[in-house]
Design a protein around this ligand. Structure first.
Ligand SMILES: *Cc1c(COP(=O)(O)O)cnc(C)c1O
Length: 372
């Protein structure tokens, strides 16, 4: 996904992705559930690079993958290499006229409506083959999946289901991050009831936070995404997952302020004489969100350096008055995501969630994969 060459010397930031931590997170979830642990690698493995992440997960033992789009599935098949043993489901389902692509790349559609079920059944009948697919029941998202009325129609006339193989019946939780939300138990009951209509087929309900709701949510297969990538699946409690991502921004200029001044667009931050400002070559074009302006901080070693002024497209500014000259110089780094400031901390400061920080990590960083 990187459109141009980068190097540690030339890039404005270095993004380090720990593949050993990815594998350890997947294994940790695997130890929690009796059934199968799949991996959701949509959106280029939440921005971390499916080309590297998917093979690392396969090596750890993962056998089933989920993507959002057909094109992501086609790419994933190539990343996973030959053999075609891994099962790949496309959550976005069957789009009109795309049936042949699923067979060509051995992808399985997640059928999200009765219309998609009819289309897949017709395609399988024409091929003379009972090709596998998943069926998605809506139990409370009103987004994708069969609503109750379509399930009732299917129970009334189950003939289309006989034309293909149901590899999985799944549904998706709306409020799993909040263990106390009564919607979790409501969706669990609705899913139990809906899945029973399909008889003896594999069932799947839980995403990352859903896994932590307890064993009754696990069924035959769980579908974690964000927890594998190190974001906390149980907000408000200590993060049980290992950190996967760290980001260092490069200082390109340091100045000693000699008279009262302001920093950056909008002149939102005043600086007194004697202040030392470091300018770092990372900005909102790199996914360092503008809402972090005057809120976030970086770290030089264990010392916090406040971000001062607005985040601009390519640049951010830090007050490094507390940092020695040899550590605050052009070419040196400031930790933007690291041990003192993880994905979820940045997300809180930006007023968003770890998912958005991860999936927006920019393409201009030099990406370094370790632990592979
Ligand atoms: C994205 C997604 C997941 C993974 O969710 P996480 O919260 O990242 O674990 C699982 N199931 C479905 C249907 C999804 O769309």
């Amino acid at each position: 996904m990187i459109g141009f060459m980068t190097s540690e010397e030339t890039a404005g930031g270095v993004l380090t992705i720990d593949l050993a931590a990815v594998a350890a997170n997947w294994r940790r979830l695997d130890a929690m559930v009796a059934g199968e642990v799949a991996a959701v690698v949509k959106a280029d493995a939440y921005g971390l690079g499916a080309e590297k992440i998917a093979p690392a997960l396969a090596a750890a033992g993962c056998k089933t993958f989920f993507v959002a789009l057909i094109d992501e599935g086609v790419a994933l098949r190539q990343f996973l290499g030959g053999g075609g043993e891994a099962v790949v489901y496309v959550l976005g389902g069957l789009l009109p006229g795309t049936e042949k692509i699923f067979t060509e790349y051995a992808l399985r559609p997640v059928l999200n409506s009765i219309a998609e079920i009819h289309a897949w059944a017709a395609f399988c009948s024409a091929c003379g083959e009972k090709l596998p697919a998943a069926v998605h029941m809506d139990t409370g998202m009103s987004r994708l999946g069969l609503p109750g009325r379509e399930l009732a129609a299917l129970i009334n006339d189950p003939r289309p289901l006989r034309a293909f193989t149901i590899g999985l019946v799944l549904s998706h939780l709306a409020c799993a991050e909040d263990a106390d939300d009564p919607k979790n138990a409501e969706q669990l009951a609705a899913f139990d009831k809906a899945a029973a209509a399909f008889g003896d087929v594999k069932r799947s309900l839980a995403n990352s936070p859903g896994i932590f709701l307890g064993a009754e949510y696990h069924f035959d297969l769980v579908r974690p995404g964000v927890a594998i990538y190190g974001s906390n699946p149980i907000p408000g409690k200590p993060n049980p997952m290992a950190q996967v991502v760290s980001l260092q921004g490069k200082i390109i200029q340091v100045r000693d302020v000699d008279s009262p001044k302001t920093v950056g667009y909008g002149a939102t931050h005043a600086v007194a004489p004697g202040t030392k400002i470091a300018t770092v070559a990372v900005g909102y074009a790199d996914g360092y969100l503008r809402s972090l302006s005057n809120l976030a901080g970086g770290y030089v070693g264990d010392v916090r350096v406040p971000l001062v002024g607005r985040v601009s497209m390519d640049l951010i500014t830090f007050d490094v008055s507390a940092i020695a000259a040899d550590a605050a110089r052009p070419g040196a780094f400031i930790d933007l995501i690291g041990p003192h400031c993880d994905i979820d901390a940045i997300a809180r400061q930006a007023g968003t969630i770890g998912y958005e920080i991860l999936t927006r990590l920019g393409s201009r960083y030099h990406r370094r994969y370790i632990g592979g």
